[in-house]
Write a protein that binds this ligand. Sequence first.
Ligand code: ADP
Ligand code: ZN
Length: 762
Amino acid sequence: MPKYARVMVDDSGGNAFDYELAGEAAVRLQVGSRVRVPMRTRTVLGTVIGLSDETEASGVKPVTSIVSADPILSPLLIRLGEWMADYYCCSLEHALRSILPQVIRKAEVTHKLRQFARMAREVAPEELEALKGRAPLQVSVVRCLQEAEGPVAVADLAARCGASHQVVQALVKKGWVLCETARVERDPLQNESFVPSQRLELNPEQATIFERVLQALEEFKESGERTDAQLEKNEGASAEAAQKKSRPLLLYGVTGSGKTEIYLQAIQHVLERGQSAIMLVPEIALTPQTVERFKSRFASTGHEVAVLHSHLSEGERHDEWHRIRDGRARIVIGARSAVFAPCQRLGLIVVDEEHENSYKQEESPRYHARDIAVLRARLENCTVLLGSATPSMESFQNADTGKYELLRMMGRVDDRKLPLIRVVDMRLEAAKKSSILSEKLIGAIRQRIEKREQTILFLNRRGFATSLICSACGHVCQCQNCSVSLTFHRSQNRILCHICGYAAVAPTKCPECRDPSIRHSGTGTERVEDVVLKLFPKAVVKRMDADAMTRRDAYRETLNAFRTGKIDILVGTQMIAKGLHFPNVTLVGIINADMGLHLPDFRAGERTFQLLTQVAGRAGRGDVEGEVFVQSFTPFHPAIQYARHHDFDGFWEEEIEHRRQFDYPPFTHMVILGLRSQHQARAEFSAVTLARRLKELLPPGTTLNDPAPAPLEKSHGFYRFQLLLRSRQILRLSRALRSVLDKLTFPEDVLVTVDVDPYQLL
Ligand code: ADP
Ligand code: ZN
């Protein structure tokens, strides 16, 4: 029996302490159990993260009490947490916070309770007849309960026979009916219905790929059945064994090549042999069609699907988590945090659209769910399948060096053609004054309206105008808290900061010189909508962006209206760029392809290429070939030209050379140390001090740039400075950073952040 438990104390910044085990605690506690322990003068909650027979600590106190012996974390997930803390240079507590939802860590759990009614005794018909005239509703309730043969929710009785709570209570008083409270599970998808769907016959290209996926799955057939204890014991051995087995699979398939069908069938296979599967999608709110496809497919096989994402209520999250852990729901679909789902016997993790930035968490721990998926699969000894039409440079490089295995699907389902992409040189259009929409795009939209086909217009910026400028003095309306100009939203007649949310009434005169000649500059979706409505007054135009979609169901409703052909033209931001499948969309217009191209970010080209390819991929998914107009002021930029020719390989070759030359990721790992303060001088001083200290202590092979203001110099009232580091050996660098940061003290009002493998360089 172990004598000591290592307990990570909640809210202690990740500190763990040893506590003595006695009596019941020594017998019942496991790694992952929840306990109360003494901490100075208080008792606090914590999680057991290790058990042992000895301790180096002195004056060890005993565990106060057991909250729940049943482990809420498997040893494997704790190891994943330790790895995250090490790699991402964060505390173990922060790592475990991501792994364990807060609602599971709380001591008190709220269950959803409901009232159920059932018959208390037999009721003869004579008794009912007597009641008929006076209380017909009571009679219907009794009939309903007699038919049901079991308890019926009181709320359902209202729906079925129009009987209120009082009617049921009257029957309870009579002693005919009993009411009981019971726990029910919350189901985030309960109000939605799904039409069951069958698996599709794979086409030859899909079949070849699927064969290979099956082989990989076969190699891990036994692995899911290993116990945690076995895993613990053989860590070294199993990692080695795993090395010899299948590598992570990278499925590079063009848009509409049928990747999702492969995921569905692979998951089906895993379920049939008793294992579970995790399917990660970039943003669940933006991928309702994917969730729908999964529910529809698995509804007919009797497998339960759990959904995990940030819009769940606490209660829903709690119940979904338990459904997964108890093995009742063996398919988990979710956004990045679902990579930590407490599945048992995991057989497969799928990461759809693996290149998406939303897999990166932008607060500590700043983990990347794709990378966690790869690591978890290695720890669990299971298969991981990454899919994308535009793989990230990191993943494709891993395939190139043989760390991942590359699978390619180059044709669209049913030999549908990839859309024809035309690049419109906006420098020439500017001369013609057609401004926002080129003449060619306008002509193409007109044709679609005549043919009753649908159009998508994409612009990744909401609002009407991106800034307000005074024509007299040149004053630009700026945010007080951030170094950005304020966006004009005409429908609200306000100017808004898209960084911090600051809002003010739009001025009619220049706030600086009082001249009334204030004008709009730069285009947002609101203005595109406005222009389109003026050009095509009879068309039904709908805008889809964060402003138009504030109601919870608005997104789904708009998509449904679009699907059923009630909308001719959909104008939108990145909300419409991803994963949507509408066969009647034959035209896509990209209003400003250059928008992200000139940002001070080494991934600007890669992102533009991905975005153009993904948006263009929304066109021509039905029987009619699609057409795409890409409006650009730099039409010969490689990101635009390669996207135009559907040439991922060409783009990859050029871009990877560029990265190699400048020693950028994926050849090195980057780390950004951010320092911010409301006092500019203190932030800057701290950055300079930190840089000086780092220069002395960093491991060899590390590049450290001079401290500099971040491209977004001020945000939410904070001045921001950055140190940018690069190294080929990230673990060494992370550990060195940890030890330097632990020793240095910064002024109290300076906040320091560490971002390993950053995606947000601004
Ligand atoms: P991707 O995920 O690669 O973009 P999808 O899986 O969404 O592609 O497939 C595009 C369309 O083709 C979907 O409507 C899907 O139902 C259909 N599809 C996929 N595979 C097949 C198949 N083998 N036979 C018929 N239709 C298919
Ligand atoms: Zn602001």
